[in-house]
Structure formats: C-alpha cells, structure tokens
Design a protein. Structure first.
Lengths: 775, 99
C-alpha cells in the first residue's frame, strides 16, 4: 500500500490531540499485529533457535500481545502498548496518556519533544498495518484536526474506499435477504468481508435464500479465523521453546515438556480443524452447487419450454449407472492401466467419471502405465473383469475391499506366485484404485512393477499351458474313444444285441456332453442320423468299430469350445437316437438283459469314469453351486444337485438355495451384455426365485403349473433335490422369458426385493459364477 | 496450471484430501462424483431440445440401453468434450473456494 501520512509537527503552545480509549486500544492492536509479523519474519530469517532471536528483549513482550485485546482495563492496555515501544516513543505515549487522564494539562517543551517523537515513530513505521492505524488513529480520530496533524495522501485508492458503493449484507440476517437487493452472478457481485458480513453490489436482485456460495465463503472464513488464532498460539509456544537453552532446560525441564506437549496438542488441533474446514467446505460446495443446478434446470424449463427437463434431471443417477460409455471414451479408458482396462470391459458412466476425478480414464488419452503387451490379453482380462463386481472404483480401492481379500498388506513373492492370473489382475486393479484413492500414482512404484512382471510371466506360462491342455485333452478323448471301442468289441464278441450295445455306448459317451465333444463324437457314431456329421467320416461297413478308426485330432474342438458354458447348458440328449426314440424300451432291455453280466462288468468302469468326468466338468463350469454347498452327482447321465436345508427347510433357506441356483442358471449372455448384471436382471432373477418357490409348494404361479417340476426338482425331507440340472436350466430360461412381463422396468417390486437382498451377495454370487468363465 | 494439467490431476491431491480418514474420504468423493453427474446432466439438458429431452427420458425410463447409446452418439457428439469441461471446471472451482 502506498499510503503515507504527512504529519506537521506541532508548535510550542499548541494544543495536541488526546488519545481516546478506543484509539489506545487500536494502537495497541496494530502494534501487536506488527510484532507478530515481525516475529514470524525473524523466525523465518534466523530460525527458532538462533541467538539473534533469543537476544531480542521485546520478544517476550510481543508474545504477550496476543492477550491484549481481551484485557479491558485501560491502564493495563496502556502499559502493554507502552512495553512494545521504544523508550522515546513510549514517553510520547505517556504524554498522550496523561492528556487522556487530565485533558486540561498544557504542554511543556519536554512534552512537545515527546509528542514529536511519537509522531516520528508513527510516520516511519512503514508497514501496511501501521499505515492503516495511522490513518484511523490520526485522520479519523475523535479529536481530529486535519490542518494541524497533516494531510492524508493517497497514491492509490485502497479497497476500503470502495465500501460506500456496496451494501453490507449480513448473512445471518434473513429479513435483510428478503428486503434487500442481491444476486449471485459472479464473484464481482460480492465480497466476503468477515464471518457474517458480505459486501454486496448496490442494485443487485435479491434471491429468496442466502446464496450457498456466500455461506460457504463465510464458513470458510470462520474456520480460517480460528486457524489463524491457533497458528499464532502455536507460534508463541514455539518461540518460547526456542528460548530454552541448555541451562534453562536443566532447571525447567517440566516446563519445557509441558510446552512441547502443548505444541503437539496445538498442531493436532490445527490439523483437525483444517480437515473439518475441508470436509465442511466440500459438503457446502456440493450442496450449494446442487441447488444452483436445480435452479438452472427450472430456468431452462421456464425460459425455453423444456417440459421434460426436470423429469430427466431427476433421473440423472439412472443414466450414469448405464453402461453406455461412448466408444471414444472406452478406448481411452482401455489404456489406463488394469483398472481402466477392466472398467472398459463393461463400464458405467459413473465409474468412468469417478476415475476421471483421479485424473485418469476419460481425461487422459496418454500412454498406459503398464506395457501394452500385458493389457492386450483381452480374454484373460475380460475373464478377470467380472471379479471387479460393480466396478465401483472407490469400493474397489477401499480398505474394506483390501481386507476382505487379504490384500491389506504387501504380498510376498510366494503369495504373488500363488495368485492365479485372474486374481493377480484383480489385485493390480485394486492396487491402482487404492493408490489413486491415496492421491498417489503407481508410476515408479517398485511393488507394482514387480506385480506386473509376475503377471507377465504368468500370462506367458498360461499360453503354454493352454496349448498343452488342448493337446492333453485331445489325447484323453482319443484314449476314451479307444477304450469304448475295445469295450464294444468285447461286447460284440459276446454277441450283445446292437440296440443294447448302443444304449451303453450312448451312456458312456455322455462324458462328452459337458465338454462340447458330444456333437463331434456323435458325428462319428451316428453320422447317418445327425446333420452335423462330417461326410468324410461316414461309416464304411455299418459297424461302430469302423467309425472309431476315424482320425480325430484334426477335428478336435479348441480349448475355448471345451470351456464354453453355453455348450454345456444347451446339451440335448435327444441327439442320441436310442434314448430319444425309445427310452422305455431301452430301460426294458436293461432289465430283460440282466443276465449279460460280463458286458456290464466290462462297461461299468468306463461309465464311472465318464460320470466322474461329467461331474468334474459340471463343477468346473458351475463353481457357484459347489461353493454354496450343493452336492453334485451324476445319476444316469443326468446332473443331480442336492442342497441340504439343515434348519428345518424353512422358507428363507429354501429361497436362499433357489436364489443361488437361479443365479447359476441365469444366462451368461445377460451378464456379459452392455448393462452387465443390472438391477433389472436381478429383479428378474428374484421373479424366478418366487416362481420356483411357489411351484415347489405345488401352486401355479406366473402362468406355470407345478407339474413342470416333475423329474426336475423337488423337496424331500430337509433337502432340495434337483434331479436334472440341465432340464432345470432350460425350464428356468422359459420362466425367465416370462419374467419380462412381471418385471418390465425398475418400478417392479421384484427389483426392490433384489435390492433388499444386498449388493454384496449378488456380487459374491456373480464373482463365483464368473470365476471359471472365459469369454 | 493449464487445462490439461487440471483435468489430469488427482482430486485427492488437488484438494488435499489424503489426510482425511478413508471412510470420510470415500463419502466426500461420492458426493463430488454425484455433483459431477448432475453438472453433466444439466449440460445435456441445456444442449438438447425439448423433443430430444423427451426421447432421452423415454429411453432411460424404458431401459432401452442400445437405443440410448445410439441416441447420445447422434445427438450429443461432443459428450466427451462436455465431460472434460465439467471435470476440469469442478476441480478448478472447488480448489478456488476451498483453498
């Protein structure tokens, strides 16, 4: 500030102004502020332990200054101000004080000299705060005499001069907001001057409520004032501590310890208050902005006749929960580490925006933090993506998530090695989210780098294993075919009837049903009856033996095909003609030909093996079922699942078992579609649970008759027994198709039921369901 | 801080949230993310005509996600830009008021 006060020195015999109580208080406050500033500056320049600081006599006096404003006694105030001044200026102030106490006293030469000294001190103080004081103390004082005391010269008009153009607006004064004139357009319209005062531009239009951004600024100012007081207190204590030399420490050890404790307490208070200020600030900012946005929407509706604007705005959350991320954004997301890559597989707008708040995702199109080579494993990543569940980054990166997965500590090399590639990818995504939540980055993070290297090695290994698996699987299949062939040859040798032989063959071949091999194998066996049978492999002499000689490896399915869930759930036993055309006849033959023990003895081991393989295949492709306690068995080529409803088979437990089954048979395509496992999907699953619950109780429901459960599922004692899981899956598809009528949109009660069930349960079931699914 | 830097900055460091207890921090982030969604939705409302808003609402209400995606691609080709602007603006405004 370039203000300067020119004071004409008073002449002998002239009457001098007398300081009022207020003026003395004001003077002391300014001097106090000056000393605090000076002290801070000295601490910065010399450091808290420097000898220069210690040698300053007035330092301790200055520290007392903070308490001055709370002292009401005039004499104490006077003494205090006096203690802060040089001896000459102090005498000048003494004179002023005398004049205050005895206004009739006339000035002597000595008095005049002292007065001049005081004026000199005031003139040359130079600080902004002091100039402010001088202006008010001398130019605006009660006994002001401009001509005698000097002329106030302004080089630049200070902001305070603008005050008359504004109206002071008290934010706590509601009546003022109603009657006054105010509008929050830009920051130019108002200035926050204190905790509860705002300067408002004259003529502005008033709003019905106090603008939230003004309240926010006032709140922040309130916190800032408290913080300033705390910081000053801290500074005092730190300065006192700086005075503790070796000797003083020796004699006043307890005092020093108390001071150190007080400093620590002050620091903690400051830290806490800063956080409170920030938290309160964010709450107020968000609340205030939301009000302003609502007003903007209302205004749009009124001014531009956008009738649906309000309705659409009310639906904003629904939009951001949709997986409708534009392709351009998805592409950018894909490049942002594992987290971005996983999100890109099925990301809601909400999740993408959350990532953008951390400076990633949509916002950056730059280079990835991990090698593109690792991220290019689309199949691996898409499989792992399901483990992220709701793709909620904040949840994914939270401490709770880390604890639930045992990831709340740095994993050892061995632990990392033991993680599957999928789990490691999920862990990497979690780690990225966690680091982001802590305001850091994985760039240059050694642990993260180590994990990506481990993953790279795992992916490389997985590729090799996958090739090996293909080969091993092919060999295994061929071996089984040879075994069958030998068995059948033995059966032929014993002159078993062809139909009977085929029946057993068909049962045995059931091993391939779950593996996707069925159709190919049937092609070999019944090429004349199945449309997919390869022409080149037509039987040459009408015997099975001839068909078994086909060179199978060229037409073996790929690894992906063998793991395809849909091939399993779409198994159709009618493809085996004998079973489809004459089921009862085959059964009769079995009974009738019990005497053919040698054949059974030969075939039984093969059947057991096939049943074991079927079971293995089922469990692998339905991890959810076994995980939730379903006991799987293969009975007569059909998959049977038994749930033990141990606590009396009450309604809740039946439903729990059914919920898991319905989740398991829920079509994978619905999960992998754009909206993933949406609330609507869950509502439809709940509708299915209700339908099957009612049907199990023997009641018709949602257009289905309880008879449909015959040979599919029933309750027996304390057990829920699914006798034919494949059939149940098909039935569930029909019920699910029907459920679209009962659960048309989010307003359905079943959606609410699903939401009541709890996201964690659905996520857990989804994760289990997806654990072994490769897309 | 230029615009790109602003968008790329992590809001945790930008506002100094890292010292706040995690549970509280997550709540604040959820609040901020919610506000961001509202800001973007208002921009969309201002950008679209009454007829288009009506269609947007219909698609949303009836869960016609594919159509919704197509609709936004066609009607709001600058959606990405709007998102950038709002993310940057939010970070800038919050820092200005809270710093």
């Amino acid at each position: 500030m370039n203000e300067r006060l020119i004071i004409n020195k008073p002449k002998q015999g002239e009457q001098l102004p007398v300081l009022t109580t207020e003026q003395i208080k004001e003077l002391s406050a300014v001097l106090n502020a000056m000393f605090i500033l000076l002290q801070k500056k000295m601490l910065v320049v010399y450091g808290p332990n420097s000898k220069e600081v210690k040698s300053l006599e007035t330092l301790s006096d200055a520290l007392l200054a903070r308490n001055f404003e709370t002292v009401n006694d005039l004499e104490l105030q006077y003494k205090f101000v006096r203690s802060l001044m040089s001896s000459e200026a102090r005498n000048g102030l003494d004179l002023q004080y005398k004049l205050l106490k005895n206004p009739t006293k006339s000035l002597t030469d000595e008095d005049l000299a002292l007065q001049n000294k005081l004026v000199e001190v005031l003139q040359h103080s130079g600080s902004e705060a002091f100039s402010f004081f001088v202006k008010h103390f001398l130019a605006e004082g009660k006994n002001n005499d401009r001509e005698r005391l000097g002329t106030y010269v302004e080089a630049h008009k200070a902001p305070e001069v603008v005050i008359p153009e504004f109206e002071v607006f008290n934010v706590t004064d509601e009546s003022k907001t109603e009657a006054g004139s105010f509008e929050l357009k830009t920051d130019v319209d108002y200035q926050v001057k204190s905790e509860d005062k705002v300067l408002v531009e004259e003529g502005a239009v008033i709003l019905p409520t106090i603008p939230p951004e003004i309240l926010l600024k006032n709140e922040q100012l309130k916190y800032e004032n408290q913080l300033t007081a705390l910081r000053e207190g801290l500074l005092e204590k730190q300065t006192k501590l700086a005075h503790f030399g070796t000797l003083k420490t020796l004699f006043k050890k307890k005092e020093k310890q108390a001071l150190e404790a007080a400093i620590k307490a002050d620091q903690e208070k400051i830290e806490k208050l800063q956080q409170e200020k920030l938290i309160q600030g964010i709450h107020s900012f968000c609340a205030g902005r939301s009000v302003a946005l609502e007003n903007r929407v209302k205004q749009q509706q009124e001014e531009e006749q956008k009738h649906f604007a309000g309705k659409l705005y009310a639906f904003y959350e629904k939009y951001f929960m949709k997986k409708v991320l534009p392709e351009k954004m998805r592409e950018k997301l894909e490049k942002q580490g594992f987290l971005g890559r996983l999100l890109a597989n099925g990301c809601t707008m909400n999740a993408a925006l959350s990532l953008s708040l951390f400076g990633g995702g949509l916002a950056i199109g730059g280079a990835s933090i991990v090698g593109a080579g690792i991220l290019s494993g689309r199949r691996l990543l898409s499989g792992a993506a399901s483990g992220v569940g709701s793709y909620n980054i904040m949840k994914l990166g939270s401490d709770a998530w880390a604890k639930s997965h045992g990831w709340n500590k740095e994993l050892t090399d061995a632990e990392l090695d033991n993680l599957s590639a999928d789990n490691l990818i999920n862990y990497l995504a979690h780690y990225e989210a966690r680091v982001a939540l802590n305001g850091q980055t994985v760039n240059g993070d050694a642990y993260y780098r180590k994990m990506t290297k481990t993953l790279e090695a795992k992916i490389g290994q997985a590729r090799v294993e996958r090739k090996f698996d293909d080969k091993a699987w092919s060999e295994y299949v061929l071996k089984q075919e040879r075994l069958l062939d030998e068995t059948l040859q033995a059966a032929l040798a014993q002159k078993v009837k062809e139909k009977f032989r085929l029946k057993y063959y068909a049962t045995a071949v059931g091993v391939f049903v779950g593996s996707g091999m069925l159709q190919k194998t049937l092609g070999y066996l019944f090429s004349d009856k199945t449309p997919n049978a390869p022409a080149t492999h037509a039987p040459t002499d009408g015997t099975l033996l001839a068909e078994q000689t086909t060179n199978a490896p060229d037409v073996l399915p790929t690894f992906e095909e063998t793991m395809d869930l849909s091939s399993e759930t779409s198994v159709d036993y009618s493809l085996i003609p004998e079973l489809a055309e004459q089921p009862t006849q085959a059964g009769e033959i079995l009974v009738a030909d019990q005497s053919l023990a040698p054949v059974e003895e030969v075939l039984t081991p093969v059947t057991e093996r096939t049943a074991e393989m079927l079971k293995e295949s089922f469990v692998q492709n339905h991890p959810l079922i076994e995980k939730v306690g379903g006991a799987v068995e293969i009975v007569n080529g059909k998959t049977q699942v038994v749930f033990d409803i141990s606590v009396g088979g009450d309604f809740e437990l039946k439903q729990q078992a059914l919920r898991r089954v319905m989740m398991d048979v829920f079509p994978i395509q619905e999960v992998l579609d754009k909206d993933g496992l949406s609330a609507l999907d869950i509502g439809r699953i709940e509708s299915n649970v209700a339908t099957f619950t009612k049907l199990l109780e023997g009641k018709s429901f949602h257009g289905f008759n309880p008879d449909v459960l015959k040979d599919v599922m029933h309750f027996e004692g304390k057990q829920l027994i699914i006798t034919d899981y494949e059939k149940l899956a098909k039935l569930s598809e029909q019920v699910l198709a029907e459920s679209k009528n009962w659960v048309p949109d989010m307003s359905s009660g079943f959606v609410r039921v699903g939401q009541n069930t709890g996201n964690h349960l659905w996520e857990s079931m989804l994760n289990a369901k997806m654990a072994n699914i490769k897309t | 801080m230029n615009w790109r830097e602003l968008i790329s900055t992590n809001i945790i460091t930008h506002l100094g949230l890292h010292n706040i207890e995690e549970k509280k921090r997550l709540q604040l982030l959820a609040e901020i993310a919610d506000l961001l969604q509202k800001q973007i939705m208002v921009r969309l409302i201002e950008f679209l005509s009454d007829e288009e808003i009506r269609e947007f609402f219909h698609l949303l209400e009836h869960n016609e996600d594919k159509e919704l995606s197509k609709f936004l691609d066609e009607k709001v080709p600058n959606l990405e830009e709007i998102v950038y602007q709002e993310v940057g603006k939010l970070k800038q405004d919050m820092a200005a008021v809270l710093s």
